[in-house]
Design a protein around this ligand. Structure first.
Ligand code: MLT
Length: 275
């Protein structure tokens, strides 16, 4: 019998600093590099750690069946073994699904939650079936061809017109991913449940960020999360609770890294005040 163990994930210090760190979890089918420009715009002194999730970037798959809960446990284990007592978990899209699972499974570790262009709801049957079709196509071709068309939907209309440089950048990040990791991640996302209730229970500041032109996880999903996080049990976040980033789509983090960094800086300030 082969024994399986959660392997530590590849991590990258994107900005040095002290105190509670921001742990930045990437979307699909990308890796920690999507956070680099955003981390450069963070207020100085905030420590930012990028993570490559299982099967992405420099992190291998470790033999576990596809599951967002497994990714959350791998992030938690990687951070606690590195000596972190708690962290502000920030997830973009798929990374947000992981952040919510981490908050559900290890709430004491989560000093704050940043949810960027993501949602707490589960997939529709149609979306789930599409993911499984993509995973099968990736497995069959042993290439990532089935996801190469994604950038056209990932960025917003404004970037499509004015930030053409993002297309080759996103394309190069997607082409660098392993087919096995891409298929695994699709299956993991397809299996995740609705985690809106996690936000109702969490006793930590929550910041929700969404590109005004995001058509994948649109404003209505962001507002749904803010409503859940703003229930009486949670700490008040005032205006920081929802940041709408104009002129950006689902990739607000790379389309306007400065605006997203400002929202995360504010979240950090709220977390420090809450402690
Ligand atoms: C992502 O950006 O992580 C994906 O678009 C998320 C998803 O497919 O739900």
């Amino acid at each position: 019998m082969t024994s399986r163990a959660i392997r530590n994930l590849a991590t990258f210090t994107l900005q040095d600093g002290g105190g509670v760190p921001l742990v930045l979890l990437h979307g699909f089918p990308l890796d920690h590099r999507m956070w680099v420009a955003c981390a450069e715009h963070l207020p100085p002194g905030i420590r930012a750690i990028g993570v490559d999730l299982p099967g992405a970037g420099h992190s291998d798959l470790d033999g576990f069946p596809p599951s967002i809960e497994h990714i959350a446990d791998a992030v938690y284990r990687t951070m606690t073994e590195a000596g972190e007592g708690n962290a502000i978990i920030v997830g973009h899209s798929m990374g947000g699904y992981v952040a919510l699972a981490l908050a559900e499974r290890h709430p004491g570790f989560v000093a704050g939650l940043g949810l960027v262009d993501t949602k707490s709801t589960a997939d529709t049957e149609e979306a789930r079936a599409k993911r499984l079709r993509i995973a099968a196509a990736v497995d069959a071709s042993q290439t990532v061809d089935a996801v190469l068309g994604m950038p056209a939907n990932l960025v917003g209309a404004t970037s499509t017109e004015h930030r053409r440089n993002l297309f080759p950048l996103l394309d190069s990040w997607i082409r660098a991913q392993s087919p096995a990791g891409v298929a695994w991640s699709q299956r993991a996302m397809a299996a995740r449940p609705d985690r809106t209730a996690v936000l109702e229970r969490l006793d930590a500041p929550v910041a929700v960020v969404v590109g005004a032109e995001d058509t994948i996880t649109p404003l209505a999903e962001a507002e749904h999360m803010v409503r859940a996080a703003g229930s009486p049990a949670g700490p008040a976040m005032g205006d920081a609770a929802l940041t709408l980033v104009p002129g950006t789509g689902h990739m607000s983090v790379v389309e306007d890294p400065q605006a997203v960094a400002a929202a995360l800086g504010l979240l950090h300030t709220h977390v420090v005040a809450h402690h």
